[in-house]
Design a protein around this ligand. Structure first.
Ligand code: MTE
Length: 334
């Protein structure tokens, strides 16, 4: 079915310089979210504008040859690149991607995350797969790497904060794992949970104080999870995932905003009702469960019409479903 090389709609970059119409009235959006007056007023919601110590630091760190935080899992990297997802675009600089991270359990400041992951132990790493399945199982990431059809894919990754990057992920289609556990007919959604080890994550306690329902959870409809684009990822740039990118295993859902792509997953559960997810619980109007990339629907703080490439700074037009409509639009046909 997918033996044709698709040229996504955003293949030709549009170097638009339309300024982002960021909506910065904090009181307004807190009110919209019903949070004004609650203890969540000081909560650092996903935000791009002030989340590096400063942009110069990012660039300096990017040029620095400090290695990315230590690597957790072995494997036969690099794995062959799937030609269907090898569009030939320039990749985002590896060090820029590895020093500009959203991983709130460590820090809400993007260029601090990679400096704060040392205590995070990512091996061994059993992943529990259960809930409404015929064959529940617990497998270590190493067993998954050894037994699943590993490949590399170049995907666009788009954050709700209106930044984007183009990176080669290594992993396998989630559908292959789903087939292995045989979901029961009642299973309608998949729910993921991140690690729960506050002592290894320096940002954790503050998040809890601010009302974040940790550990981080996310989810998809079962048909979204089965879509061939949904990847279980263990590597990036031909190497095991560095901790700041979600070692040793994460999910990548390229047609949805980045917060759906949960990092450092320990549990995959098949359920009937739509599961609660961290961001939707905090602010359902801003971060709804579905969260498909859609340039026509602005976020209260960020126009989604364009996106900034994190290394070049180029601003390009956002495409519906981040350009993956030919794979996924059918899932949402009314
Ligand atoms: N997963 C966990 N556990 N914690 C997080 O804070 N942030 C999300 C997502 N997954 C997050 C997470 C958000 S908002 C984004 S944009 C991406 O991870 C960032 O992935 P990257 O740092 O590899 O670019």
């Amino acid at each position: 079915m997918f033996n044709i090389i698709h040229r996504p709609d955003w293949f030709i970059p549009e170097r638009q310089v339309t300024p982002e119409t960021a909506f910065l009235n904090r009181r307004y959006f807190l009110k919209q979210m019903g949070m004004a007056g609650a203890g969540l007023l000081s909560m650092p919601l996903i935000s791009c504008s002030k989340q590096t110590t400063n942009e110069t630091t990012v660039t300096v760190a990017a040029q620095d040859s400090k290695p990315a935080a230590s690597i957790a899992s072995a494997g036969n990297y690099p794995y062959p690149r799937n030609p269907e997802f090898n569009p030939g675009w320039p990749l985002t600089n590896e060090k820029v991607a590895g020093t500009y991270n959203n991983f709130y359990e460590f820090s809400t400041t993007k260029d601090r995350v990679h400096q704060l992951v040392d205590k995070f132990v990512t091996a061994p790493w059993p992943v529990e797969i259960g809930g409404l399945v015929e064959k529940p199982m617990t497998l270590d990431v190493q067993e998954l790497i050894a037994t699943m059809p590993m490949e590399e894919r170049v995907y666009r990754f788009r954050c709700v904060e209106a930044w984007a990057m183009i990176v080669p992920w290594t992993g396998f289609p989630l559908s292959k794992l789903i087939e292995k556990v045989s979901p029961k007919p009642e299973a309608k959604f998949v729910r993921w949970q991140t690690f729960n080890r506050p002592e290894q994550a320096p940002g954790w306690a503050r998040l809890v104080q601010q009302g974040y329902p940790l550990p981080y959870t996310e989810g998809l409809r079962l048909d979204e999870a089965m879509n061939p684009l949904t990847l279980v990822v263990t590597g990036i740039y031909g190497k095991p995932l560095p901790k700041q990118h979600g070692a040793p295993i994460r999910i990548i859902v390229p047609w949805k905003y980045g917060y759906k792509s949960i990092k450092s997953v320990v549990k995959i559960e098949f359920v009937t009702p739509q599961p609660a997810t961290l961001w939707e619980t905090l602010a359902p109007k801003e971060y709804p469960f579905e969260s498909n990339v859609n340039p026509a629907v602005p976020h209260p703080r960020w126009s989604q019409a364009t996106e900034r490439m994190i290394d070049s700074g180029d601003r390009v037009k956002t495409q519906p479903y981040s350009g993956y409509g030919s794979y996924v639009a059918k899932l949402y046909a009314k």
